[in-house]
Design a protein around this ligand. Structure first.
Ligand code: GDP
Length: 296
């Protein structure tokens, strides 16, 4: 199940609720307590959990619920609504425009799955009829060029990179220019992964962004890194204008709560999720089905 443990624990709290014969204040509090503990243990930020708890409490007044109305159903509905509110800001995510040159830049921590995700994203649009290309602007990590080139050739997507040019800004600009002239509709630029403390790499990311002027910046976040997600997301958000988020590794044993908190912090919409190492392991993100799946 997606988000493994968290999903199981949330659905177990709600299953328990459906077994109760009478839904009184105590049962309601117990259920809410279990839900909040499950979220905290899955690394969702305590501030968000508190807010969720208060909102659910405020929305439900057991005494006032008319006889005949299903209290369990009502509690479930409110919990689902509040979980959705954690990650859905009702902002329409950016989407590329057909028959135009769209430039998308990928940023994220090293190891988050950024290079794999660039390829998945490119492959997804190629399969949907877009003229797509990949640019490797990571001149920092040895092997980045080969990795993206190999990925690109596996999915038969044109690729640009340089073994000799060490300035990522130059590589990014050259790649974008070449594909723009060739009327590519979607040019995807992979940048160097970094650690949140690496100021120089952040500056590089900013320089690339200022020179290629991407239509969208996608932040790739690994669901498995827990609480650290939120800090990293804040660090990235403070430097560049993150337009959307892709959460990776949701197939594993990720607790996932850290990613949820990161999304709540950046207030950027999730557009896709990564669910495996293959290029097809990629799904369009939809909030309601995601939360439904989480609740089992
Ligand atoms: P980068 O350093 O951020 O560019 O990360 P890579 O793209 O090199 O990915 C790091 C590792 O994560 C690789 O072994 C990928 O196969 C793996 N990976 C990427 N996305 C996913 C995913 O959605 N699920 C799983 N299980 N592994 C992933």
């Amino acid at each position: 199940m997606v988000l493994g443990d968290l999903g199981q624990r949330l659905s177990s709290a709600l299953r328990q609720l459906s077994k109760e014969t009478v839904i009184n204040e105590k049962v309601f509090d117990d259920t809410l307590g279990k839900i909040c503990r499950a979220l905290l243990e899955a690394d969702v930020n305590i501030r968000l959990v508190k807010r969720l708890r208060e909102n659910v409490k405020q929305a439900i007044n057991l005494e006032e619920i008319a006889v005949g109305l299903n209290k369990r159903q009502l509690i479930l509905q409110v919990v689902i609504k509040e979980l959705i509110r954690l990650i859905d800001f009702e902002v329409k995510p950016w989407e590329p425009v057909k028959n135009k040159c769209n430039i998308v830049m990928f940023v994220g921590l090293q190891g988050s799955g950024k290079t794999t995700t660039c390829t998945k994203y490119a492959y997804y649009y190629m399969k949907h009829g877009w003229k797509t290309a990949l640019v490797c602007a990571d001149t920092f990590r040895a092997g980045a060029f080969d990795q993206l080139q190999q990925n690109a050739s596996k999915v038969r997507i044109p690729f640009y990179g340089s073994y000799t040019e060490s300035d990522p800004v130059v590589v990014a600009m050259n790649g974008v220019e070449i594909f723009r002239k060739d009327k590519f509709e979607l040019i995807i630029v992979d940048t160097s992964g970094r650690h949140a403390q690496e100021e120089s790499l952040f500056e590089e990311m900013l320089e690339i962004s200022n020179s290629i002027k991407p239509d969208n910046i996608i932040f790739v976040i690994d669901a498995s890194i827990g609480q650290a997600c939120e800090l990293h997301a804040q660090a990235f958000k403070s430097k560049v204008d993150i337009g959307s988020i892709i959460v990776t590794k949701l197939d594993g044993h990720a607790k996932g709560g850290g990613a949820l908190s990161a999304i709540a912090t950046t207030k950027s919409p999730i557009i896709f999720i990564g669910t495996g190492e293959y290029f097809d392991d990629f799904e369009v993100f939809k909030t309601k089905p995601f939360i439904d799946k989480l609740l089992g």
